[in-house]
Ligand binder design. Structure first.
Ligand SMILES: [Zn+2]
Length: 298
């Protein structure tokens, strides 16, 4: 996993450079402009079968990205950027050949790392860091906020959520699970600082909102506040409570979970064992200052 994360990080940096050099500075991102920067043209066609998202061909030394015009706009945009990623990163398609099928794009289960890296590149282009992190900083963390930003950037909830967590100004994670297993996890640096890890390819924790939604079957989304050890092994001592908001995407047997800590979830009192540690220290300090008073220093 460490190796993938290094490649993922390098891919993100390449995407940022690509967007910056193409001069993209407003949302939604101008795809024609990005395509031109990679010597590519976008062609929207209506005669692809529904299970085909797009393909790339070469015409007179130029890349032509063909997109299925019958798909939703957000999906067309992601397809274009995924195909652009293959061109810019010089990564050959690993299992869809020249054609990118919808199943390949939407299902995470058995995707080769090259394909996941192309998705990472696409997401970074769709939601450029500088623009997007400013927008994330202006809102409180919630699935509703992710939905609003998804509309603004014309991106899917999945893509927006994963970038949202990375840009969040609080400890925050976004988990994509499929068939009840975690498939992709993104985290803010603040969560990394708390050492809040969530593994890929593990069963959804029992007691999580995501797990309950899948078991229950009547609701498609829910919010709850949970003990932090539901998602994080051994819990997080200074953050006993977390918030989780999850949404089911039944079409793909997937669930999206936004997990975060904010000030409203902090305990009113610090945990007892920490108070006990602090008290003797406070008594020691009481009355005897360990440094000279102002008059003595002068
Ligand atoms: Zn691909």
């Amino acid at each position: 996993m460490g190796d993938f994360q290094t490649k993922e990080f390098q891919t993100i940096l390449k995407a940022r450079k690509f967007v910056r050099e193409a001069g993209v500075a407003s949302a939604p991102v101008d795809l024609e402009r990005l395509a031109a920067a990679a010597n590519a043209k976008i062609k929207i066609v209506d005669d692809l079968s529904d299970d085909e998202s797009g393909q790339t061909t070469q015409i007179k030394g130029k890349h032509v990205i063909i997109v299925n015009g019958n798909h939703r706009e957000e999906r067309q945009r992601f397809t274009v950027l995924h195909e652009l990623a293959h061109i810019v990163l010089e990564l050959a398609s690993q299992h869809h050949g020249p054609k990118l099928t919808t199943g390949t794009l939407m299902r995470y289960g058995k995707r080769p790392p090259e394909e996941m890296l192309c998705d990472v590149f696409a997401a970074e282009c769709l939601l450029p860091y500088d623009l997007f992190s400013k927008d994330v900083g202006d809102v409180d963390i919630s699935m509703a906020a992710v939905k609003e930003l998804a509309e603004k950037y014309k991106a899917s909830l999945t893509t927006t959520g994963s970038r949202f967590a990375v840009s969040a100004h609080e400890p925050c994670a976004f988990v994509l699970s499929e068939d009840g297993q975690t498939r992709y996890v993104s985290r803010s640096k603040f969560l990394n600082e708390l050492k809040g890890w969530i593994d890929f390819n593990i069963p959804l924790p029992q007691g999580s909102v995501a797990y309950r939604l899948i078991q229950n079957g009547s609701k498609t989304e829910d919010y709850d506040e949970l003990a932090s050890d539901v998602w994080f092994n051994g819990g997080i001592k200074i953050r006993p409570l977390l918030a989780e908001e999850s949404v089911l995407l039944r079409e793909w047997n997937q669930c999206l979970s936004l997990i975060w800590f904010d000030d409203s979830l902090k305990p009113v009192h610090e945990p007892r064992d920490e108070e006990d540690e602090d008290e003797p220290l406070l008594k020691e300090l009481d009355g005897t200052l360990p440094w000279p008073s102002k008059s003595k220093r002068r």
